[in-house]
Design a protein around this ligand. Structure first.
Ligand code: ATP
Ligand code: MG
Length: 249
C-alpha cells in the first residue's frame, strides 16, 4: 500500500503498472541478495566475457582457495541477464572427482542440447549441431592440468565461438587454462563490510531490524577477524550462531 501511496500518479491503470514494476524490482533485488558483495568482481567478469572477440574460443579463469566463493560468483555471472542474451547455448558443470572425461562431456552435451539426437560418446555429432552457435560454458572446480588437457580437444571441436569460465583452487591451473594474464581473475577475501553483512544475514536470517542488537558490531568483530574474510568460515559460524538463542537489548 505504501508503495502505491508514494507514487503520486494520475490514473488507476498507471498506479497499478508502477506498483507492479516496483514489485518486480523488489523481487529481483531479493534474488540478487543471495550474493553478498562481489559486485565489482561480477561486473568485471561479465565485462571481460562481453568484450571478448566473438570468433575466438576464450577461457577465463577464476582461482583462489577453497571456500572463497568461486562457485557462488561464477554461478551469478552465468545466470546474469547481461550474458544470457549474448549466448545461444549455456552449460554449467561441476567437475566431479574422480575425473571421468566421458561423464563431463555427457553433462556438457545434455545441457548444451538436451533435446538433440546426441548419442553418448559421439561428441562430433554434438559439435556439428553447435556449429556457429555461441556457447557459454562453466567448468567449475578443475583440479588438475591433465583434466583440462583432456577436455580442451573436445571443447575445441565445438568451434571457436565459445567462451569458457573455469574455476580452480590452483594458480598454475588457471594460468594453464587461460594463458592471457588479463583473463585470469584471482578472487580475494571479502571486504570487512561485506563479511559483516554476510555474517548478520546468516545469524539473523529474516530479521530486518538489527537496531535491537546495538552491541552486534562490536561482538562480531573478533569472530570476523578469525574468519579473515573467508565466506565459508563466515557462513559456517553464522549458521551455527543462528540456532543459538539471541539476547535483545
Ligand atoms: N559472496 C557471497 N555471498 C554469499 N554467500 C557466499 C558468497 N561467497 C561464498 N558464499 C558462501 O560460502 C560458501 C563457500 O562458497 P563456494 O562454494 O562458492 O566457495 P568455492 O571458492 O567455490 O570453494 P571450493 O574451492 O571448495 O569449491 C557457500 O556456502 C556459499 O554460499
Ligand atoms: Mg567451488
Amino acid at each position: 500500500m505504501r508503495i502505491l501511496e508514494d507514487q503520486h500518479v494520475g490514473t488507476n491503470e498507471e498506479m497499478v503498472r508502477k506498483s507492479l514494476t516496483r514489485t518486480g524490482t523488489i523481487a529481483a533485488a531479493l534474488e540478487e541478495s543471495l550474493l553478498v558483495g562481489r559486485e565489482k568482481e561480477k561486473y568485471d567478469i561479465i565485462n571481460l566475457i562481453s568484450n571478448q572477440d566473438a570468433h575466438q574460443l576464450t577461457v577465463i579463469s577464476v582461482w583462489g582457495m577453497g571456500g572463497l566463493g568461486k562457485t557462488t560468483l561464477v554461478k551469478e555471472v552465468y545466470q546474469s541477464q547481461e550474458l544470457s542474451v549474448l549466448f545461444d547455448k549455456r552449460a554449467c558443470i561441476t567437475v566431479m572427482r574422480p575425473f571421468v572425461l566421458e561423464e563431463v562431456v555427457n553433462s556438457l552435451a545434455m545441457q548444451l542440447d538436451a533435446a538433440s539426437s546426441y548419442r553418448k560418446g559421439n561428441f562430433e555429432e554434438l559439435a556439428k549441431l553447435l556449429e556457429g552457435k555461441r556457447c557459454l560454458i562453466v567448468l567449475d572446480d578443475l583440479s588438475s592440468i591433465e583434466e583440462w588437457d583432456q577436455l580442451l580437444p573436445k571443447l575445441s571441436k565445438m568451434g571457436n565461438t565459445s567462451q569458457i569460465i573455469v574455476t580452480t583452487r590452483e594458480e598454475n591451473i588457471a594460468m594453464h587454462c587461460s594463458r592471457k594474464p588479463e583473463n585470469i581473475h584471482k578472487l580475494k577475501v571479502l571486504e570487512y563490510k561485506d563479511a559483516f553483512d554476510l555474517f548478520t544475514k546468516k545469524v539473523f536470517k529474516d530479521a530486518t531490524n538489527l537496531d535491537n542488537y546495538p552491541g552486534l558490531a562490536e561482538e562480531a568483530k573478533p569472530i570476523l577477524k578469525k574468519c579473515n574474510g573467508l565466506p565459508l568460515a563466515i557462513v559456517t559460524i553464522g549458521g551455527f550462531l543462528a540456532k543459538q538463542p539471541k539476547r535483545e537489548n
